[in-house]
Write a protein that binds this ligand. Structure first.
Ligand SMILES: *[C@@H]1O[C@H](CO)[C@@H](O)[C@H](O)[C@H]1NC(C)=O
Ligand SMILES: *[C@@H]1O[C@H](CO)[C@@H](O)[C@H](O)[C@H]1NC(C)=O
Ligand SMILES: *[C@@H]1O[C@H](CO)[C@@H](O)[C@H](O)[C@H]1NC(C)=O
Length: 554
């Protein structure tokens, strides 16, 4: 989930441009266009960056404070950590080039995404003329747990104010009003990240399912203005969480790296660079921590491919390929530091292709797991396009794709032909898991029923803990929220033996178009029934469009 500079930058950049408070308000209301973003905003910001990081950071902090855009500690922390990365990028690019347009689009939504830079992902071999597709013999499904975005706040303080002005509450902040307006309960609050006791309760629920799991990233909390480059917090958060996984779960867990699992947040440079170490320390750390569930080959892959790895799931012929998607993320400012960005930063796509080819050669099926769904709007459309090329080539052996990051319980469908998005062109589905953190709905996780021959998903059951339950703050109760098969199967006359594949999900989107009651239930499920956002006809159209957009470009 993104929670970083833009919430400060948007008003801040306007402030640099228009030095009067009234103009700022006007500037915000009449959102500037792409041309003015580049010429009138990025050009002066670049000029400021040329004066050096210290001048750049101090000016931005002074502006943030002067206009009270955030509390002072938030201004100082966020800009001190992220400002130098942005300054570095601005110094290296033209304010009127394609990368600058991406910056205006990715950070401020003031440009259209520039057209995809054409690039043919190198593929080692053509698809087999007659692919051998596995056939289900109707065996009893086995279960796999999928959990995501735990965002554990080790400084969560029960009794502190849950209703504060900062991006994250429920901590003993020095400038907090006393007595607290809304004392935080021990098991969490919608304005806060997860207290440890909530994560512990979730791990106990997972262990009750007696099976292995996938975890699609984001261990660290989102008080991003405090997570600094001493790495100490991120390191200890990651170590404590992995240790708890090892101690509590009674099956292996296969994780993926999230954008919050570095310091400062989203800080994944392409290489070590002046003043920044790169993120190799994260990959080295996870490589040794995850060795608990993987093997030496995977541990070495994690060190060499930015945390990506491939393993065979226990007792199966299923290859899990875990990829680091953070090098495709619009909030990773390091990716804006060149007018000719690399098509495959850190070789993640190449790693994926090699692993898929090896799986095809070995007659295995594959699950891809990662943090950000490549169809999500905060992914560069370039890398989304390249990822889609890989899907087109290898979809026959890909039995599922699993992501997190959005914090919503949702789905994205990939098509063999994006001009004709129909049930018969639906090709693969990305399963996007709900989050644990109460910040985005009731805490939840998924349990899949998996066909042991095809490794396709036969059912997806969401378990949740309802924060409205009067017992919640004493002991969260986990229970079945809904079964996707029971909920949506009848809408599309699903055959009893058919999997919940891409065709099924496409048909579900068609049912949603006709049946608003069914769609509104989906909308409610997205946040597990807590602070449900109302969704009118226009919103419904966008939501369904997003479900049909595993490739992000327009
Ligand atoms: C970084 O964060 C730690 C823990 O919050 C804090 O003790 C330390 O003073 C911070 N260091 C800097 C340079 O801000
Ligand atoms: C690790 O597992 C993979 C997949 O099963 C296998 O190909 C590889 O040889 C294993 N490596 C070691 C060192 O056991
Ligand atoms: C519409 O969806 C609701 C909720 O899933 C369901 O109960 C109802 O039967 C559906 N109506 C039709 C005509 O399919």
């Amino acid at each position: 989930m993104y929670l970083s500079l833009p919430w400060i930058l948007l008003p801040l950049v306007s402030a640099v441009k228009h030095p009067h408070p009234d103009d700022i308000v006007d500037g915000l209301k009449n959102a500037v266009d792409c041309d003015s973003c580049q010429a009138a905003l990025l050009a002066p910001l670049k000029g400021l960056a040329e004066l050096g990081d210290s001048a750049f950071v101090h000016t931005l902090i002074a502006t943030c404070k002067a206009f009270k855009l955030e509390d002072e500690d938030v201004c100082v922390g966020a800009i001190t950590e992220q400002g130098p990365i942005l300054g570095h990028a601005l110094r290296r690019i033209s304010p009127i080039g394609k990368t600058a347009a991406k910056l205006c689009e990715g950070l401020l939504s003031l440009c259209q995404p520039p057209p995809v830079t054409q690039y043919a992902v190198p593929l080692p071999a053509a698809a087999p003329a007659a692919p051998k597709l596995p056939v289900s013999t109707g065996k009893q499904p086995f279960q796999v747990v999928h959990f995501s975005d735990v965002h554990i706040d080790r400084q969560y303080a029960a009794g502190s104010d849950a209703n504060c002005k900062k991006p994250i509450c429920c901590r003993d902040f020095a400038d907090e009003a006393k007595p607290p307006k809304e004392p935080a309960g021990p098991f969490g609050n919608p304005n806060c990240d997860s207290p440890w006791v909530l994560a512990k309760s979730m791990l106990e629920e997972i262990s009750a399912h007696h099976t292995w799991s996938i975890f699609t990233g984001d261990v660290v909390e989102a008080a991003v203005w405090l997570v600094n480059r001493t790495y100490s917090e991120v390191t200890s958060d990651i170590e404590l969480f992995n240790k708890a996984l090892g101690a509590t779960l009674n099956g292996p867990v296969f994780p993926a790296i999230g954008n919050h699992d570095s310091a400062p947040v989203n800080n994944f440079p392409l290489d070590a660079t002046i003043g920044f170490d790169g993120a190799q320390w994260v990959f080295d750390l996870e490589s040794s921590e995850w060795a608990h569930w993987t093997n030496d080959t995977a541990a070495s892959e994690e060190r060499h491919f930015s945390g990506s790895y491939s393993v065979i799931a226990p007792g199966t012929d299923l290859r899990i390929i875990s990829i680091n998607t953070v090098y495709w993320y619009k909030q990773n400012f390091w990716l804006y530091d060149s007018d000719t960005p690399a098509p495959d930063p850190r070789g993640i796509l190449e790693f994926m292709v090699n692993q898929l080819q090896a799986a095809e050669d070995a007659g295995q099926r594959v699950w891809i797991i990662g943090h950000m769904p490549p169809g999500s709007q905060d992914v560069f459309s370039d890398q989304s396009n390249y990822y889609n090329q890989i899907l087109q080539r290898y979809h026959n052996i890909i039995a599922g794709q699993f992501f997190g990051h959005t914090h919503y319980d949702e789905f994205e469908i990939a098509y063999s032909d994006y001009e004709n998005r129909r049930a018969d062109t639906a090709m693969s589905v990305a399963w996007i898991a709900p989050a644990l953190t109460p910040r985005s709905g009731n805490p939840a996780l998924r349990v899949y029923d998996v066909d042991p021959d095809t490794y396709e998903i036969m059912d997806s059951k969401v378990y949740y803990s309802d924060m409205q339950n009067p017992e919640y703050q004493t002991k969260p109760e986990w229970k079945l929220y809904y079964s996707a098969r029971e909920e949506y199967g009848p809408l599309v006359d699903l055959a009893p033996t058919a999997p919940l594949d891409a065709r099924f999900w496409h048909e579900v989107t068609e049912a949603f178009e006709k049946n608003d009651t069914a769609f509104q239930r989906y909308n409610e499920f997205m946040t597990r029934g807590a602070h449900v956002q109302s969704c009118d006809a226009a919103c419904k159209k966008t939501t369904i469009c997003q479900m049909r957009a595993a490739r992000a470009e327009k």
